[in-house]
Every structure is written in structure tokens, then in C-alpha cells.
Design a protein around this ligand. Structure first.
Ligand code: SF4
Length: 182
């Protein structure tokens, strides 16, 4: 593999760019619960030329609308429920079913990696807040979409947006994507 400037990497002309999924809000799509986005310019400037991004927003695609009630993980961190923070509505089964089907679709599309928005109860990969009955919070949750992806595609390179601010992690992610064979 040729050496690359990981502050500003570029793929060589004519090379095939691998398909990599990404949380839609990181591309600037206004799909967040508050109607906003979380466009990550550094991520797009550094990795945008290397990959063909396939955006996924599980909350929007599930039909929760924009804007919408914020949601959170609750209960057992190993198998949490997904609940509305204001209404208490339980979205667990709807989201679980949706994510399983969407992960199947992503597999069929041939993705070779996924960049997940940090700290989201749907997309976050690790250490998410999980609300406890007594009012406490355990920082031990995995988002429903992140979990479904890993269950359907074990070994798929996945990384969180915040961690990819580090050039060495971007390099490691790129190498894993290029080595991934499904
Ligand atoms: S973090 Fe995930 S669920 Fe939340 S707005 Fe972004 S893509 Fe949608």
C-alpha cells in the first residue's frame, strides 16, 4: 500500500473507492432530532475523497420525523430499551426490527466499513448513557444501529466520528477497510 499523507489523504486517480456507510448527519443532512445536522468537515476533507459514502440515519428512516422527541437507552446496558425522553414511548422493538433489516440491506450494498456518529443512542458505538430506574446513568451502552451492524457483519471495520479526528486512527480505519473481505 502506498504511503499517504494522513492529514490530507488522497486516493490515486482511477482507483476504485470502497463503499463505506456513514451516519447521515455527519454529511450535513438535517436529520437530527432538533432539525439540525452534525456535519464533520474534518472527516469529510480527510476521508471524503477515499470512500464512496452511503448515508444511513436509522431514526429518520424509521419514520420518527424531524424534528422529533429525543430518545435514550434505558435499563440493562447489555440489552437496553429505547425510550422517548418526554413521552416514555418504548421504541425498542420497532428500532430493533428496522436496524436488522437495514443492516441486511447495507450488507447487500457491499459496504466495507461504517463511520458512526459518537454519543447517539442509535449510532454510538461505545460508552453511551443508559438511564437507570433510580435516576442514575451508566456509561456503558451501544447504539441500536451500531449493535445491529456488528451482529450482521461481524468484523466490519466500524469507528466513531470523534475518534477519527486522530490521523493515526484514520489511517488504521482506512487500512482495515482496504483489508476487509466480508
Ligand atoms: S446520530 Fe444517527 S440517528 Fe442520530 S441524526 Fe445522526 S444518523 Fe440519525
Amino acid at each position: 500500500m502506498r504511503s499517504m499523507n494522513w492529514a490530507r489523504p488522497e486516493i490515486r486517480e482511477g482507483a476504485t473507492r470502497p463503499k463505506v456507510g456513514i451516519s447521515s448527519c455527519l454529511l450535513g443532512e438535517e436529520v437530527r432530532y432538533d432539525g439540525g445536522h452534525k456535519r464533520d468537515d474534518l472527516l469529510l476533507e480527510t476521508l471524503g475523497s477515499l470512500f464512496v459514502f452511503l448515508p444511513v440515519c436509522p431514526e429518520y428512516e424509521l419514520g420518527l420525523g424531524v424534528p422529533r422527541e429525543p430518545i435514550a437507552l434505558a435499563g440493562d446496558p447489555e440489552s437496553p430499551r429505547l425510550v422517548g425522553l418526554e413521552s416514555g414511548a418504548d421504541l425498542t422493538e420497532r428500532m430493533r426490527t428496522f436496524c436488522a433489516g437495514r443492516a441486511e440491506q447495507a450488507a447487500a450494498e457491499g459496504i466495507r466499513g461504517f463511520i458512526l456518529k459518537s454519543r447517539s443512542p442509535s449510532c454510538g458505538l461505545r460508552g453511551l448513557d443508559v438511564l437507570q430506574p433510580g435516576g442514575g446513568i451508566l456509561k456503558a451502552g451501544v447504539g441500536f444501529w451500531a449493535r445491529a451492524l456488528q451482529e450482521r457483519l461481524p468484523g466490519l471495520p466500524v469507528e466513531e466520528s470523534d475518534r477519527l479526528r486522530d490521523p493515526s486512527r484514520r489511517k488504521a480505519f482506512w487500512e482495515k477497510v482496504m483489508a476487509y473481505r466480508g
